[in-house]
Design a protein. Structure first.
Lengths: 540, 422
């Protein structure tokens, strides 16, 4: 709009068809001009001032030197005829984990939606396309998350969506529900698969390709599952074929009908590169298994005798952390490329936040039973009945280990569960993927409770917080042995249980902290910095 | 004498006309400023974005690069002969390390500062993070191969005071290999409780001539009577083709009779490979009846109770605004011997303002292994604006009842929960 107004203004001021006789402007005009000139910087300031940065002001603990010149996004991009936004390999990360501060994390559907809305707000025609790979794990929570992710793609108006190996591990019924949900007005699914079919390659539940009518002409999109991932499909009702075989028919057909051809290649980088060489009909090949962050410049795969030049091999980063955007133009260059890190500079979209609320509501509705969380026997216990696997809660530990308890109580570990209760836009204390590091008595990596571990705020209030027993192991037998008096006091057992609770700095560093403080959730974790905050070398 | 007030310069108060001119000028000035800046930038910045990524670090601290040397003074030049290194193959759990070299080929001191990293990264050979002209520093990246990815990549960002290269990104890439691999990593059962199906896992040994499975077990073992595990060698020709030393195919057969519902077990395989003596293969899936219902984007929640030949389930649509029609589809899939020639008919719809269309049966899959019958349900635009079918305690649920000639699903009741917001 602004640009359009500007063009009109130019036409009025520099109109070659106007032949009015020249005369000096009068005083009123000069005055006006003077005010205009003096006020112009006010307006300039609006656009040239730096947008607010995230995090604390630079003055707080940061030197006064200028920051690294930042890689500008869409710098010098004229309005494209069409912007293609590629995403993929979200593998369950529908939102960045907030454990270590959201400003440190990239990705999430809420930021992705904001990117799309911002581009549309510039009056850019936008087509989002998804490589696939919504989920990684399996079971009811993964199924709910998959449906939520597909609903998000529907809301964001994705026009073609591929499938990844995690998606294809889902029960057939879940896939059918998703495929039907993501249908266009003609009831054709926007899930696309050239070499994957539900029940049969030609069952018609998913089209083999889509042709999109856009301001940049017809865009042909198809998707394949690479050879390594095909071997991962063990569901007999999911039928696959070699990718190259499927593309032999589809690639020429798309080339014949479309201005631009796109292959969503859920394959290794090497296989995608081979397919790009083998099928030069595709202008853009989007690959899976790329680098954690896509390259700053798109990789070219040589394509001889093509007026548009080489095929571009695009990556989308890991865990939905980035988007890759291609702008299409009539004039040379015919395309521009931009990787976009979905970091905290993008605000959360309200629509996606509401979906996250719906997701948490569904988890709450299912409960641990509905989510089929079968409690694990703690490694120290022989079986589910073994008392050595029972938890007592930090307060009980604090009855004897007073100084250690005080230190723990003053640490963030103490209010780890409260953190989940206060997360916006909705609490997360029904989400096993969050609970596993925010309560006592869960296997942090398996997202499952141990027998006798935290069950709920009302059921096990003594196991709130990331308590002593997460590092030291269940303490019931140790506490019981210490409290036994008289004939019940067994010194051998007493020493055995004490010994089982002991931890050294080395074993903690190697085996314990990183189960929660991993790269995903605590990217800046450094043991030597964090350890003094929780170390408690006292017995009392 | 002409009245004083008539002289334009003698006026005590400017006329409305002058104010208008001044206001217009002011507005014009701002507009010109805005427009020129806009013109200069071609596109406005995306709302909420700061200039770029990369400088926000832990606890919101802004990490900044070393300050530039004053203009005109000798400048450093950071030279990195290699910033991407292909490490080749690594096993999962292994720790790798690689050293990159940064040399100052300029005339001023080169300052280096470690930025964000995806692995452990140390700077060595540095005196106060500063390299004199001609000096070199080593940057060592160490990492552990984790996760399930087939490839790994680690990176470290180094900030400098070289005006031409303020940021150096060092990357290590490689492939993850296992001496004993298996595919797929999980078996997904998807079948009716009345049929038998066989699923396969293939084990590949790269460093063992005679791979063997010495024992296999299921955990928990409550479905063991319905599961059969058999092991066969992969043909020698296929082994040669794949370039491996030995391989086995584990065939897992699920026999008829598995109870309907979610299926979750772990198959533990004991091998003669000293490095991987135990492999655990998860088996997941859904065992269904012959008739299944798949609501678009939702979950079919079976309501307990009902007769053996009844299917009753809930589908939650949530809340939505009235005044606009909302349609959703549900697919009925029929497997087993009664799929051919199955018929279904609508019996009742409550509330009666719901519009329901039952589609024609259509065979899917090879030899029509599944018959699909679509059901389209619409809450019309003129539905009562405060209709509440959210279920107890607030309201009733809507009910669509079908009848089929399938012996396991003579009556199907689809309960839809929805609430209209005026």
């Amino acid at each position: 709009m602004g640009k359009h107004r500007m063009s009109q203004m130019r036409r009025y001021t520099v109109n070659p068809n106007t032949h009015a006789p020249f005369r000096w402007p009068d005083c009123r005009a000069w005055g006006t001009l003077l005010v205009v000139v003096l006020c112009a910087p006010l307006g300039c300031g609006y656009f040239s001032s730096d947008p607010p940065k995230t995090g604390k002001p630079a003055g707080q603990g940061a030197p006064s030197t200028a920051a690294i010149p930042r890689e500008k996004i869409f710098e010098d991009w004229p309005t494209p005829k069409l912007a293609l936004v590629f995403t993929g390999e979200q593998v369950g990360y529908i939102e960045p984990c907030g454990c270590a501060g959201l400003e440190n994390q990239k990705g999430g559907l809420a930021r992705r939606h904001t990117l799309l809305e911002d581009l549309q707000g510039r009056d850019w025609p936008v087509i989002p396309l998804e490589l696939g790979g919504q989920i990684r794990r399996y079971g009811p929570q993964a199924e709910i998350k998959f449906q939520i992710a597909v609903e998000a793609l529907r809301t964001m108006q994705y026009q073609a969506v591929g499938l990844g190996p995690g998606d294809l591990r889902l029960p057939t019924g879940e896939l059918v529900s998703a495929v039907v949900n993501l249908a266009d007005q003609q009831q054709q699914s926007r899930f696309v698969a050239a070499n994957v079919g539900i029940y049969d390659l030609d069952s018609g539940l998913m089209p083999k390709y889509r042709i999109l009518e856009t301001p940049a002409g017809k865009i042909g999109v198809t998707a394949i599952l690479g050879e390594e991932f095909r071997a991962e499909v063990s569901n007999e009702e999911i039928v696959t074929a070699p990718a190259a075989e499927a593309l032999k028919e589809i690639a020429p057909l798309l080339r014949e009908q479309c201005q631009w051809c796109i292959l969503l290649s859920h394959a290794t980088r090497e296989e995608s590169r081979t397919l790009a060489s083998e099928f030069p009909q595709f202008d853009f090949v989007v690959t899976a298994q790329g680098a954690p962050e896509p390259p700053a410049e798109a990789v070219r795969v040589a394509r001889a005798d093509n007026p548009r030049g080489d095929t571009l091999l695009l990556e989308v980063g890991h865990k939905g952390s980035h988007a890759a955007v291609i702008g299409l133009y009539d004039d040379a260059p015919a395309w521009r490329y931009q990787r976009v890190p979905l970091d905290s500079r993008f605000k959360d979209s309200e629509a996606m936040l509401q979906l996250m609320v719906a997701y948490q509501d569904q988890l709450r509705g299912e409960g641990f039973e509905g989510l089929q969380l079968r409690p694990l026997v703690h490694p120290i216990a022989d079986d589910a009945e073994d008392p050595r696997g029972r938890f007592v809660g930090a307060k009980k530990c604090g009855e004897c280990h007073k100084k250690a308890y005080e230190k723990w109580a003053a640490s963030p570990h103490h209010h780890a569960t409260d953190t989940l209760l206060n997360v916006k836009p909705t609490p997360r204390h029904f989400d096993p993927e969050c609970l596993s590091c925010h309560v006592t008595g869960w296997d942090a990596q398996a997202y499952l409770p141990y027998v006798g571990g935290y069950e709920g705020l009302d059921e096990t209030p003594h196991l709130m917080g990331n308590g002593c027993e997460n590092c030291h192991g269940p303490g019931a037998s140790h506490a019981e042995a210490e409290e036994a008096r008289g004939a019940r006091r067994n010194l051998a057992l007493l020493e055995q249980f004490r010994s089982e609770m002991r931890r050294t700095r080395a074993t903690i560093e190697e085996q314990t902290c990183t189960k929660c403080h991993d790269l995903d959730n605590s990217p800046q974790f450094d043991f030597s910095t964090y350890w003094p905050k929780i170390a408690h070398p006292w017995k009392d | 004498m002409e009245p004083l007030k008539s002289h334009p310069l003698a006026r005590r108060k400017p006329s409305m006309k002058i104010w208008t001119v001044v206001a217009a000028s002011l507005a014009g000035g701002v507009m010109v400023g805005v427009s020129s800046a806009y013109w200069q930038y071609q596109q406005p910045p995306i709302e909420g974005l700061s200039e770029d990524e990369s400088v926000v670090q832990d606890d919101g601290r802004l990490l900044v690069p070393p300050p530039l040397a004053p203009a005109g003074s000798p400048q450093p030049v950071a030279s990195v002969p290699e910033d991407i290194y292909n490490f080749g193959e690594m096993r999962r759990g292994e720790t790798g390390g690689h050293e990159f070299v940064i040399t100052n080929k300029g005339r001023g001191d080169l300052e280096l500062k470690l930025g964000s990293t995806s692995c452990k990264c140390t700077l060595s050979g540095l005196d106060n993070d500063r390299l004199a002209p001609g000096e070199s520093a080593n940057v060592r990246l160490t990492w552990e191969v984790k996760g399930k990815e087939r490839a790994f990549e680690q990176s470290a960002k180094i900030m400098t005071n070289d005006p031409q290269r303020r940021l150096i990104v060092l990357r290590v890439r490689g492939q993850v290999v296992n001496p004993l691999q298996y595919q797929p990593e999980q078996l997904t059962f998807s079948q009716s409780s009345r049929e038998a199906k066989t699923y396969e896992v293939t084990l590949y040994a790269k460093e063992l001539d005679d791979l063997q499975i010495t024992q296999s077990e299921l955990e928990p073992d409550n479905s063991a009577e319905f599961i059969e595990i058999a092991v066969e060698p992969l043909s020698v020709a296929q082994q040669k083709f794949l370039g491996i030393r030995s391989a086995l195919v584990v065939k897992v057969t699920a026999k008829p009779g598995l109870p309907a519902g979610q299926f979750e077990q772990t198959m533990t395989l004991h091998t003669n490979d000293p490095e991987t003596p135990i492999l655990r293969v998860p088996i997941r899936g859904t065992i269904t009846g012959d008739v299944t219902l798949h609501p678009a984007g939702g979950r079919w929640k079976r309501v307990p109770g009902g007769a053996d030949d009844e299917l009753i389930g809930q589908w939650n649509w949530g809340e939505f605004r009235s005044g606009k029609a909302v349609s959703r589809r549900l697919m009925m899939h029929v497997r087993g011997p009664h799929r051919e020639g199955i018929t279904a008919r609508l019996v009742s719809i409550s509330p009666d303002f719901l519009e329901v269309t039952l589609g024609e049966p259509k065979p899917l899959g090879q030899q029509g292994s599944v018959t699909q019958i679509p059901l389209e349900i619409t809450v019309p635009a003129d539905a009562p604006s405060s209709a509440n079918f959210g279920g107890p305690p607030q309201g009733e649920v809507s009910r669509i009842v079908l009848e089929t000639d399938h012996p396991q699903a003579k009556r199907i009741e689809v309960q839809i929960q929805f609430v209209l917001i005026p």
